[in-house]
Write a protein that binds this ligand. Structure first.
Ligand code: DCP
Ligand code: MG
Ligand code: MN
Length: 340
């Protein structure tokens, strides 16, 4: 193992650097030149951060030469003191089981670890011996479909099917595919629809449309499962489910989000992502005394003692994606440029 040079011990990011260095060593072993370079650059940047510990992905991401992947790893290192991927590289069998279980819908670290501690090691163990919710069962039964990436051309096809049915219900409703598809990715984990209509000021005005759309999509056997359907207005109404289109017939994850026109720009930013880009935008907003969320950009957020939020503040902009970039003083980025 390489010498962890002593000056780095005085750097608050020493532990992070050490873990990133062992990742770099691993990639050196397998000759992954691209990653070796990326890790070296990130390590150089962190070495220069001698006064402040970088703990979150969005902070890391704002530093030079740190992309979103490594930014996420830096956060993981700071919160767990290690990196799951590191053990993976050494093929720790239990981490592989953890990884297998974490891909089931609605399964977090606590649930997955509990199953492991109960002795479950395979999906079949879960199906036959574990106590499962209906959604978990569905998600395991269609595990290979639901965990495989959807080719871009198939997303286009599935989207066209939904858009056609939506148009027949209400030609004024607009359905746009956000998420990785809008960023131009050649495959997606799911399909994220952002649904809006001119003149709307609350997502509740779109709820009856969404219910009608869901009903017709079930009738056409396009929808095959509902995972959840929230109606809390503060979050905007949403539907999470599974769909399927012959002849391929694979189960795919689909999300429908209802957004009023007045919040469309902020919602577009949020649901286009990626998540690290979003977190950087929010951090920028807060540095300018504003607040950005999926509903809008706000200013004069009143804070009491300990910076506890007292009021929501005044809405500055929600409608236009471009205006939000302008007000924040950041260069406009096409969706395809929002990876990092
Ligand atoms: N999002 C976010 N923070 C989260 C989850 C989501 O900011 N914790 C935003 C950014 C994402 C968008 O919502 O781009 C859609 O979420 P997805 O999980 O569907 O992610 P993507 O569409 O980006 O990727 P994938 O291809 O895996 O679906
Ligand atoms: Mg998505
Ligand atoms: Mn999604």
């Amino acid at each position: 193992k390489d010498k962890p040079s002593s000056p780095s011990t005085s750097n608050p990011n020493a532990r992070t650097i050490e873990v990133l260095q062992s990742m770099c060593d691993y990639y050196t072993k397998i000759n992954d030149h691209w990653r070796i370079t990326a890790y070296r650059k990130a390590i150089t940047t962190l070495r220069q951060q001698t006064t402040k510990k970088v703990t979150t992905a969005e902070e890391a991401f704002l530093l030079p030469n740190i992309g979103s992947r490594i930014a996420q790893k830096i956060e993981e290192i700071c919160s767990t003191n290690t990196l799951r991927r590191l053990n993976y590289a050494n093929l720790e069998p239990l981490d592989q089981v953890l990884d297998l279980f974490l891909k089931i819908h609605d399964v977090g670290l606590a649930r997955a670890n509990k199953w492991i501690s109960q002795g479950h090691r395979t999906l079949d163990d879960l199906l036959t011996k574990a106590d499962l919710t209906a959604n978990q069962r569905l998600s395991i039964e269609h595990y290979s479909d639901l965990t495989s990436r959807i080719p871009r051309s198939e997303v286009t096809q599935l989207a066209a099917f939904v858009q056609r049915e939506a148009f027949l219900l209400d030609p004024d409703v607009e359905l746009l595919v956000g998420g990785s598809y809008r960023r131009g990715s050649d495959s997606s984990g799911d399909i994220d629809f952002i649904i809006t209509k001119r003149g709307t000021t609350s997502s509740s005005e779109l709820v009856s449309f969404m219910n009608a759309l869901i009903a017709v999509l079930y009738k056409k056997s396009f929808l095959v499962a509902t995972l959840s359907q929230s109606r809390r207005e503060s979050e905007g109404s949403k539907f999470l489910g599974c769909c399927m289109l012959p002849p391929n017939g694979k189960w795919r994850r689909i999300d429908l989000l209802l957004v009023p026109e007045t919040e469309h720009g902020a919602a577009l930013i949020y649901f286009t992502g990626n998540d690290i880009f979003n977190r950087s935008m929010r951090l920028l907003a807060s540095k300018k005394g504003m607040r950005l969320n999926q509903r809008g950009l706000y200013r004069d957020v009143m804070r009491g003692p300990k910076r506890v939020k007292v009021t929501e503040g005044e809405l500055v902009e929600g409608r236009s994606e471009r205006r939000i970039f302008e007000i924040l003083g950041v260069r406009w980025r096409e969706p395809g440029e929002r990876w990092c």
